[in-house]
Ligand binder design. Structure first.
Ligand SMILES: C[S@@+](CC[C@H](N)C(=O)[O-])C[C@H]1O[C@@H](n2cnc3c(N)ncnc32)[C@H](O)[C@@H]1O
Length: 285
């Protein structure tokens, strides 16, 4: 949804913009080009590999600030620019390199260490969490963040299995889940929902978004735009509710703009785009 996101940001040379989720910098490159060497671009990512790419590309650029940080601390990092930002883009979820690199432990289709942290120096890995979490807590995560109908059975099997040996590899977990009897989707690997749920939990993705939304609105200048791309209905619901409440308050701070979906052409080229949803809002004077 690159074109839609950039159009929704209303880019102009000389403006101040934030890409809160740099990834590999696809969106950032287009924003940077639109600035035509002026203005300011703040780049955030919590993944040190993404930050290394940002530094290699923009380390010398006078109008770019790079923040190796969680966007949950957006306001603190923006400091002097709070209240003066013309556009903020939050493109949620994991990047393709995170999913494709087996060593990051996000993927059930490549064997790797069971990690799943976007920032490997923060918090517990998936293996550490699964080694000690209560069965009910594991089941709740699988149900809440993955809509996994087999959540209780999978959680019980994880707890039984770890009594013999800890789960340390993505393939072990994917095979364990595939062997648990229960309802199955014809279209997805049986571990799809559980991996997504564990990743969302391990990275505190819902709480980071909840913390970032008010800071983002606060950081915008009058007529500044907030654009959020989400891939999960829970995230989209959180964004929708937040924007709707802010937009309909007694003294509204934003005007909610039109919701957008990826085009059929984009979905044909990039199947991961199929579940994307874009919501945006404009800061009122
Ligand atoms: C879908 S990718 C972004 C892709 C990017 N728009 C591009 O064009 O390449 C999401 C990125 O956001 C980062 N990320 C996710 N949650 C984050 C958070 N709470 N704080 C900072 N970065 C985060 C991930 O590490 C990942 O690199």
């Amino acid at each position: 949804m690159c074109d839609e996101a950039l159009a929704a940001l209303g880019l102009r040379p000389g403006g101040c913009y934030v890409d809160a989720t740099f990834g590999r910098g696809g969106h950032a490159a287009r924003i940077h080009a639109a600035l035509e060497g002026s203005g300011r671009l703040h780049l955030f990512d919590q993944d040190p590999e993404a930050i290394a790419v940002a530094r290699a590309r923009y380390g010398e650029a006078a109008n770019v600030r790079i923040h190796a940080a969680n966007f949950a601390s957006l306001a603190q990092a923006l400091a002097d620019d709070v209240g003066r930002v013309d556009g903020i883009l939050i493109d949620l979820g994991v990047s393709s390199p995170q999913l494709d690199n087996a060593e990051r432990g996000f993927s059930f289709s490549h064997d790797g260490p069971l990690d799943m942290r976007m920032n490997p120096s923060a918090g517990q890995s998936a293996a550490e969490w699964l080694a000690q979490a209560e069965s009910d807590d594991i089941a709740d995560v699988l149900w809440r963040f993955g809509d996994e109908r087999n959540s209780r059975r999978i959680a019980r099997r994880i707890v039984e299995t770890r009594q013999t040996a800890p789960l340390t590899r993505t393939r072990e977990l994917a095979e364990l889940i595939a062997k648990v009897p229960g309802p199955r989707s014809k279209h997805h690997h049986p571990a799809t929902r559980s991996f997504q749920a564990i990743r969302i939990h391990i990275n505190g993705e819902m709480s980071a978004l909840e913390a970032a939304l008010p800071q983002a609105v606060e950081a915008l200048a009058p007529a500044g735009r907030l654009v959020v791309i989400s891939f999960h209905s829970l995230e989209d619901r959180m964004v929708k509710r937040y924007l709707r409440n802010e937009g309909s308050a007694d003294a509204p701070r934003i005007k909610v703009l039109k919701k957008q979906f990826p085009s059929d052409a984009e979905c044909a080229v990039n199947p991961r785009a199929r579940s994307a949803m874009l919501r945006s809002a404009e800061r009122l004077p």
